[in-house]
Design a binder for this molecule. Structure first.
Ligand SMILES: *Cc1c(COP(=O)(O)O)cnc(C)c1O
Length: 289
């Protein structure tokens, strides 16, 4: 199921930009969406090659990673179980996880912190169990995300991407280095105090002058929003026909437009925004619109 794919690059007609493009990784699959498909590709391949038939992972109750892992595991004939942070709840994301056959273990926040311990306590007797970290953070995920750059036919002055753990960012930087490109990589951490993303990226790739972090577009922190962000999503989607999620891609596109206003990027520069998917996140915020 992880056959090669080439997601389309589309031009966005939005003033004052003359060369703004978007790589539509959101089109890979509705459930194994965007960068989660890229990240799981080599993780699940490794699990299979080690004859592991039961994927164990971790996430919050609105995690795109959980749905993606549930769907991808099911398609590969693997069992999946997730430790879900916090009290038992029902929502659209967890409904999909259950439909894809994932077993959910709701876990209090204190125990959730030690993921290795949870894994060992529950699965020490199970040879087939395979540990996949929260969000899929791993060296395999970085290799999968580097393929986003391998697929590009044209070259760009700037590539933009949102970051949660920074694994996707590390993969993009690796891809830029591997392909010998001069492209600047602009990363928008969606959490407060996002400078830790730098260290995360350095775990996987050497330091690079091409990397820039923009720390002021978190809108209050992870999954935090403001009325301004919702207004931005509404007007952007109506103008471009492109859906954005409030947690990641909306903050990235807001940053691109704001950085152009500040003349940090030029409206004539060739810019590629990575649409990392995650659109199911919209349904968690339906009351806000
Ligand atoms: C998970 C996710 C990210 C963050 O990816 P990291 O590799 O954790 O930085 C970005 N965008 C979307 C839509 C996501 O679902």
């Amino acid at each position: 199921m992880f056959e090669n794919i080439y997601t389309p690059v589309q031009k966005l007609e939005i003033t004052p930009f003359n060369n703004l493009f978007v790589k539509r990784d959101d089109l890979i699959d509705p459930y194994i969406s965007g960068n989660k498909w890229r990240k799981l590709k080599y993780i699940l391949e490794k699990a299979k090659s080690h004859n592991k038939s039961h994927i164990i992972t971790f996430g919050g109750a609105y995690s795109n990673h959980l749905v993606a892992t549930a769907a991808a595991s099911a398609r590969l004939g693997l069992k999946s179980t997730a430790f879900v942070r916090g009290d038992e709840v029902k929502n659209e994301i967890l409904l999909l996880c259950k439909l894809f056959g994932m077993t959910l273990i709701f876990t209090d926040r204190e125990s959730y912190r030690d993921k290795e311990k949870l894994f060992n306590n529950h699965f020490h007797h199970e040879d087939n169990a395979y540990f996949v970290d929260e969000g899929g953070a791993s060296a395999e995920a970085v290799i999968g995300c580097a393929e986003i750059v391998d697929e590009l036919i044209d070259s760009y002055d700037h590539i933009f991407c949102a970051a949660g753990t920074g694994t996707t960012a590390a993969g993009l930087l690796k891809g830029i280095q591997k392909n010998g490109l001069k492209t600047k990589l602009h990363i928008i951490p969606v959490l407060k105090n996002g400078s830790f993303i730098n260290e995360e990226i350095l775990k996987y790739t050497p330091h690079s002058e091409n990397l820039v972090l923009h720390l002021n577009y978190h809108f209050g922190g992870y999954a935090k929003t403001t009325p301004e962000l919702f207004n931005f999503i509404k007007s952007f989607t109506a103008r471009t026909g492109l859906l954005l999620d409030p947690v990641y891609t909306a903050k990235m596109f807001y940053a691109i437009i704001d950085l152009q206003k500040q003349n940090i990027v030029n409206a004539n520069d060739k810019i590629l925004a990575i649409h990392t998917g995650g659109l199911l996140g919209i349904f968690g915020m339906k009351d806000k619109f």
